[in-house]
Design a protein around this ligand. Structure first.
Ligand code: SF4
Length: 370
């Protein structure tokens, strides 16, 4: 089974930390929507497996689309692919786009999962990050969606924000737990060069939190959410039982997916590919960059995605797909000084212990094949 991702690259305002591909040139929205419909139809053959299990609208801000436009994309998918086993259709929303009218219209579509960018429930923190909404708007938006019958809601939270300590973080986490959502994605703030925060940092106006605070913020999030009944199933993702993100899990399991829209990535088991951007170029004609994956690339992708997940890396799968030498290499390196204390070798699976997940990049890098 396969997945489809729609990248809606528009935002009303740019947040201080965000380096996703997005634009505030909303006047191009109708042209981009039209070009995306054409791209979807033209690229349907990219996927070998035409049975679609999940559809995801990400961005940018997909909730800038009218619900009828979202359903228009879903209908197009239904006309091109076998959707008899479609299980999950997610839309990312911003709290300030959520009104009673919007929710009522959205309920008429096939969307059955909502992912909301809450980030914090501290108004000072939201302002600092350049978010458009207030804490109350986020709480109200979740309640409106729940009131309309949405029972699979995910919220995003950011931690590790300079100037905001464990007291503010815990306050946000407790309020989010009280909302009764089913899934929480929690990300450590990272400062990228090409963002407002990056430029402030270059001028010395801003400093990332130190490593020790990073660890304590991460542990605080982990402990609070696990105590709240959530399973930590991927580095940045927590879910109540039965509510893992099927779409995002398929990326980590190497499932084929077609990404549509400016800057969107696709993968069909052999080729990884990405659409052109910016939007002015995309609407002028869709072009792709691509990379054919070698066996080494495929192994490294598996190391990277599997070790980010609670299930871990299957040594039997490595042996089956990449040979006994690679299995032996991974077992040898995993038991070397420096990694031994971070990894669990359990019943044929290598796993990073939850308390060490913050070091996952270090572990993954050390286990890569060259
Ligand atoms: S964080 Fe979301 S809303 Fe903010 S600029 Fe990035 S994509 Fe847009």
């Amino acid at each position: 089974m396969a997945a489809i991702y729609f990248h809606i690259p528009f935002c009303k305002r740019l947040c201080g930390y965000c380096d996703f591909y997005r634009s505030v040139k909303l006047k191009y929205m109708p042209q981009v929507v039209e070009a995306m419909h054409a791209e979807l139809a033209a690229q349907a053959d990219f996927l070998h497996d035409k049975t679609i299990r999940t559809i995801y609208f990400g961005g940018g801000t997909p909730s800038l689309l009218a619900p009828s436009e979202i359903e228009g994309f879903i209908e197009k998918v239904r006309s091109l692919f076998d959707c008899s086993q479609l299980e999950e259709v997610t839309v990312e929303v911003n709290p300030d786009d959520i009104t009673a009218e919007y929710v009522a219209e959205l309920r008429k579509t096939s969307v059955n999962r909502i992912s909301m960018g809450v980030q914090s429930l501290d108004d000072r923190c939201l302002q600092f990050m350049g978010r458009r909404h207030s804490a109350q708007q986020a709480v109200d938006a979740v309640q409106m969606l729940q009131g309309a019958g949405y029972d699979n809601i995910s919220v995003d939270v950011i931690f590790g924000i300079p100037g905001f300590g464990l007291t503010e973080l815990d306050d946000t986490l407790q309020k989010i737990l009280a909302m009764g959502v089913q899934h929480i994605s929690a990300y450590h703030l990272t400062i990228e060069e090409n963002t407002r925060f990056g430029r402030m940092m270059a001028k010395g106006e801003f400093c990332e939190i130190d490593e020790c605070s990073s660890v304590s913020h991460f542990s605080w999030v982990h402990n609070a959410l696990v105590a709240g009944g959530f399973e930590h199933y991927e580095v940045s993702n927590y879910a109540l039982k039965g509510y893992r993100s099927k779409h995002n899990s398929s990326y980590w399991q190497g499932v084929e997916y077609l990404g549509v829209g400016p800057g969107a990535h696709s993968f069909n088991g052999e080729v990884r590919r990405w659409c052109n951007q910016p939007i002015e170029e995309y609407i002028g004609g869709v072009e792709y960059g691509s990379e054919e994956l070698s066996q080494t690339n495929k192994l490294n992708e598996y190391v990277m995605t599997s070790l980010r997940c609670a299930e871990g890396l299957s040594l039997a799968k490595v042996e089956r797909d990449f040979g006994t030498k690679e299995r032996a290499r991974l077992e040898r390196e995993a038991s070397a000084d420096g990694l031994r204390s971070l990894l669990i070798n359990d019943n044929g699976y290598l796993r990073i212990a939850p308390e060490n997940m913050l070091l996952s990049d270090f572990v993954i890098e050390a286990l890569m094949a060259f």
